[in-house]
Design a protein. Structure first.
Length: 725
C-alpha cells in the first residue's frame, strides 16, 4: 500500500484511508466497533504508515469512559463525548443520543459541487480526489455522509457533511461542525483574526491552554470582530518555519470556531455553524448540506499556510472572467463627496481621474431615491433625478466617453423605514411581531430567507444593471441582524432564519453574477464585515475596511493576508488628515500601501495640488506596471506591523524572476541602524537588478538582505527587482 501515487489510498483490511497531496496527509480509520476515527493530519506519510492500535488510546488505568479518549472524527452526543458535537441531533423523543456507525466508503474523482453553497472547485477531475464516507444512526435513521476532497498538488483538504433523515420522525440538527479535528498534543499556539469595525483582522496568537477557547459571530454575517478562521501552530513556528494547521470556513454568516483541550491534554479544533443562532428541522426524506471547511497544513510556517490559502482561493474559489484579469484602477467618490454630489461634481471628479490614468469611476452611496443622508431610501433603487437628471444610462455613457468604466454602489439586502419599498412591504424585513424593529444606521434588513424577497432583489438589481452600461458593482451590507426569526417560519424552525438568509443571499448572488458575467463585483460590509471565503466565491474582491488610513492599513492588509489573497483586497488612497484616524501620511506612502491591493483613489482629486496630481499620475502608472505581480505573485510577509515600527512584504512572480519589495515605517526610532530586510522565495543563484541598476545575488538577498533607508514617520519605499540573466 506504500507509495505516493494516489491522493487517496485505501487500505481495506486495516480500514484506513490516507488522503495525501503536496506535503500533507490526513488519515482516517474505522475501528472494530465501526466508529470513524481520526488518525492523523500533518506532513505527508505513505498510505501504510499508520494503523489503529487501541492500546495507544486506552491505558490500563482510566476512570473515564473510553469514548472520550478516542480521536473521533465526528463526535456525537450521548455516550461519553462531552464537547461540542460535530453532528448534534435532537430526535423526536427529545433526547440527543446519537450513534453514528460506518456503513461504506467511496472514492470519487475530482470534487462534487455543493449545491446552493459557495465551495472550492476543480477545473479538471485529476486535480483532486474525494472520499465519501457513509455513516448511519440506526435508531433514528439519520444518515451522514462525510465528504472529503484532497487536492493533489497542494494537499489542501475540504470537508463537508450531508445529513439525510431516512427515518420516519423529524430530527432537529442542533450543532454542525463540518471540521472537528483532534490533535494528540496541546503544546501549541492558536491564531485567530480578531478586530472591530475599522480595525478588522488583527493577528492574535495565544498559547493553547486547558479548557475551551471559542470565537464566534452571531451577527448574521461573518463579522468585523472575528473571521471564520482558526489555526494551530507549533510554539516555535514563525512566518517562515514550523508546522501550522489552518481551518477556514467557506461561509458568510454566523459561525463558531473553538479549540478545546481535554483532560488528557489532547486538543480539538472545530469550526462550523454557531448553535446559538442555528438549528434545523429535518423532516423524513429531507437532507441538509453543511458549508465546507478548508483545511491546510503547512510545514513552512505562517507564510507557507497563507500562500497555500492564497493560491487555492485565488484560482479555485474565485470564479468568472475577473479571476485572472488585471483589476482596474478606480476612483470611488465616497470619502471625496459622501452624499454631497450632483452630476457635474461627479463628472469633474471623473475628468480629473481620467487625466491621471484612472480606469473606473465608482459612484457610491446616495445616487438613488431621496438619499442625501443615510436615513432613508434603501430599497428604492431608482435614480435621484435631482442629482443625476439624465439618469444612470446617460451618466454611464458620459463616463465611458471620458475613457472610464462605470460602477455603482448598491445595498440590496436592506430597507429604510423611510422608503417606498418599506411602505409597500413592511413585512419583508426581519422582524418579530409585537416587538420593536431594531434599527441600525436607520435601516432594517430584508428577510432573504423569503423566496419573494429573493426574487424581488434579483429583479431590482437586474433592472438597475440593465438600465445602464455598468462595469462594476459594489455590493454593500451595513448592519448586523436583529430579530432574526423569520415571520414565515413555524416556531420550531425560527432558528433556521439566519442560515436560510445566507442560502437566499447565495441564490441571489449566483443568479445576478451569472446574469451579468462581465461585471466586476466587489463585496463590502461596513468595510470588511463580511470578508470571508463565501463572499469570494461570488465576488472576486472585497472592500477590506472602512479605515483608509495608510498606517492602519498596514495592519489590516497584513492581517487579512493570513488567509486571503491580495487580489481579494480593495485598497484606496484617501485624503489627509485621514477621516477615520485624523492622521496625515504622505501621498507616497498612501500610494505604496494601496499598491499592495486592488488599487483605487477615494478622495476629491480637486483637493490635490498640481504637484500631487503629477505624483498621483506616476503612482497610477506604477500600479499598472506591477498589478499583475501583486495580484498573482506569491505574497511574502517579511516584517510585521504588529511587532515593530517597520513593515515589509514582497511579491514574487511565479517564475521567481521578478520581485516587488515594499517596506514601510510607522513611528521613526532615533539613533537606529538602517533597516535590513531579508527577502524570501528568490532563485538563489540568479542576479537580480533594481530599476536604478544595482545588482544583487539571489542568495545574498535572502540570507544577508538589503539595506533600506527610511526616514521619518510613515515613510516607505518600493523596490522592483528583475532577474538579470
Ligand atoms: C460602507 C462602506 O464600507 C463604505 O465604503 C461606503 O460605501 C458606505 N458604506 C456607504 O454608505
Amino acid at each position: 500500500m506504500g507509495g505516493f501515487c494516489m491522493p487517496i489510498e485505501v487500505n481495506r483490511s486495516a480500514r484506513t484511508w490516507t488522503l495525501s497531496g503536496g506535503n500533507t496527509s490526513y488519515v482516517l480509520h474505522v475501528d472494530q466497533q465501526d466508529r470513524l476515527l481520526h488518525l492523523y493530519w500533518g506532513p505527508r506519510l505513505p498510505g501504510d504508515a499508520l494503523s489503529f492500535d487501541p492500546a495507544d488510546y486506552f491505558p490500563y488505568v482510566s476512570f473515564d469512559l473510553p469514548v472520550a479518549m478516542l480521536p473521533l472524527e465526528l463526535p456525537v452526543c450521548g455516550s461519553g463525548w462531552y464537547g461540542t458535537p460535530a453532528v448534534g441531533i435532537r430526535n423526536s423523543c427529545g433526547d440527543d443520543v446519537t450513534d453514528l456507525r460506518f456503513v461504506s466508503a467511496r472514492v470519487l474523482p475530482g470534487k462534487p459541487a455543493l449545491t446552493g453553497l459557495p465551495a472550492v472547485y476543480t477545473e479538471s477531475a485529476d486535480e483532486a480526489e474525494s472520499l465519501s464516507i457513509l455513516l448511519k444512526d440506526t435508531l433514528t435513521g439519520l444518515r451522514v455522509t462525510a465528504l472529503y476532497t484532497v487536492f493533489n498538488a497542494s494537499g489542501a483538504i475540504m470537508r463537508s457533511l450531508l445529513l439525510e433523515n431516512l427515518g420516519d420522525a423529524p430530527l432537529m440538527i442542533t450543532s454542525l461542525q463540518p471540521a472537528s479535528v483532534p490533535f494528540w498534543r496541546s503544546d501549541l499556539d492558536l491564531i485567530h483574526l480578531n478586530g472591530a469595525w475599522a480595525r478588522e483582522r488583527r493577528i492574535h496568537r495565544t498559547p493553547v491552554d486547558k479548557g475551551e477557547f471559542r470565537i464566534a459571530s452571531a451577527r448574521g454575517a461573518s463579522g468585523h470582530e472575528e473571521n471564520p478562521f482558526l489555526a494551530l501552530c507549533e510554539r516555535n513556528a514563525d512566518e517562515f518555519s514550523g508546522s501550522v494547521w489552518g481551518c477556514s470556513f467557506v461561509y458568510s454568516g454566523s459561525f463558531q470556531a473553538s479549540c478545546r483541550v481535554d483532560l488528557f491534554s489532547h486538543t480539538r479544533l472545530s469550526i462550523g455553524m454557531n448553535p446559538e443562532v442555528f438549528s434545523w428541522r429535518l423532516e423524513p426524506h429531507e437532507s441538509f448540506t453543511s458549508p465546507e471547511v478548508v483545511l491546510i497544513y503547512s510545514d513552512k510556517g505562517l507564510n507557507g499556510l497563507s500562500q497555500q490559502f492564497h493560491a487555492l482561493y485565488r484560482s479555485r474559489l474565485v470564479r468568472g472572467i475577473w479571476r485572472d484579469r488585471s483589476r482596474p484602477v478606480l476612483i470611488n467618490n465616497w470619502e471625496g463627496t459622501y452624499f454631497d454630489f450632483d452630476e457635474d461634481r461627479l463628472l469633474s471628479l471623473a475628468q480629473k481621474a481620467a487625466e491621471i490614468g484612472v480606469e473606473l469611476f465608482v459612484l457610491d452611496d446616495g445616487w438613488f431615491g431621496k438619499r442625501n443622508s443615510d436615513n432613508c431610501s434603501l430599497g428604492d433603487w431608482t435614480v435621484n433625478s435631482e442629482k443625476i437628471p439624465g439618469g444612470l444610462g446617460a451618466l454611464a455613457d458620459k463616463m465611458h466617453a471620458l475613457g472610464l468604466c462605470f460602477g455603482l454602489w448598491l445595498e440590496p439586502e436592506m430597507v429604510s423605514p423611510d422608503s417606498d419599498l418599506y411602505r409597500a412591504h413592511p413585512d419583508w424585513c426581519l422582524h418579530v411581531d409585537g416587538r420593536p424593529r431594531t434599527l441600525a444606521r436607520s435601516q432594517l434588513i430584508l428577510d432573504l430567507s423569503r423566496p419573494e424577497v429573493q426574487e424581488y432583489i434579483i429583479s431590482v438589481v437586474s433592472s438597475v444593471l440593465s438600465s445602464a452600461a455598468l462595469d462594476y458593482v459594489k455590493w454593500d451590507m451595513n448592519r448586523n441582524m436583529t430579530e432574526a426569526f423569520s415571520a414565515l417560519l413555524t416556531p420550531d424552525r425560527k432558528k433556521e432564519t439566519q442560515h436560510r438568509y445566507m442560502l437566499g443571499l447565495y441564490h441571489v448572488l449566483e443568479t445576478v453574477t451569472a446574469a451579468f458575467p462581465d461585471v466586476l463585483f466587489e463585496s463590502c460590509s461596513g468595510g470588511g464585515g463580511r470578508f470571508d471565503p463565501g463572499m469570494l466565491y461570488y465576488m472576486p474582491q472585497i472592500w477590506t475596511s472602512d479605515d483608509t488610513d495608510a498606517a492602519e492599513r498596514l495592519k489590516l492588509q497584513y492581517g487579512t493576508s493570513v488567509v486571503y489573497p491580495v487580489s481579494a483586497m480593495g485598497a484606496h488612497v484617501s485624503d489627509v488628515p485621514n477621516h477615520q484616524t485624523g492622521r496625515s501620511v504622505s501621498l507616497k506612502t498612501r500610494g505604496n500601501v494601496a499598491i499592495a491591493g486592488n488599487f483605487g483613489f477615494e478622495l476629491d482629486l480637486a483637493r490635490l495640488s498640481r504637484e500631487e496630481l503629477i505624483e498621483a499620475r506616476a503612482l497610477v502608472a506604477r500600479v499598472k506596471q506591477v498589478r499583475d505581480l501583486t495580484r498573482a505573485g506569491t505574497f511574502w510577509r517579511l516584517l510585521s506591523p504588529f511587532d515593530g515600527a517597520e513593515t515589509a512584504w514582497s511579491f514574487v512572480s511565479e517564475d521567481q524572476r521578478e520581485v516587488l519589495l515594499c517596506v514601510y515605517s510607522t513611528i521613526s526610532v532615533p539613533n537606529s541602524a538602517p533597516l535590513r530586510v531579508r527577502l524570501r522565495g528568490l532563485l538563489p543563484d540568479v542576479w537580480y537588478k533594481t530599476e536604478d541598476g544595482r545588482r544583487f545575488y539571489g542568495a545574498a538577498l535572502m540570507h544577508q538582505g538589503i539595506t533600506v533607508f527610511l526616514h521619518g514617520d510613515f515613510d516607505s519605499t518600493l523596490l522592483l527587482f528583475k532577474a538579470d540573466r
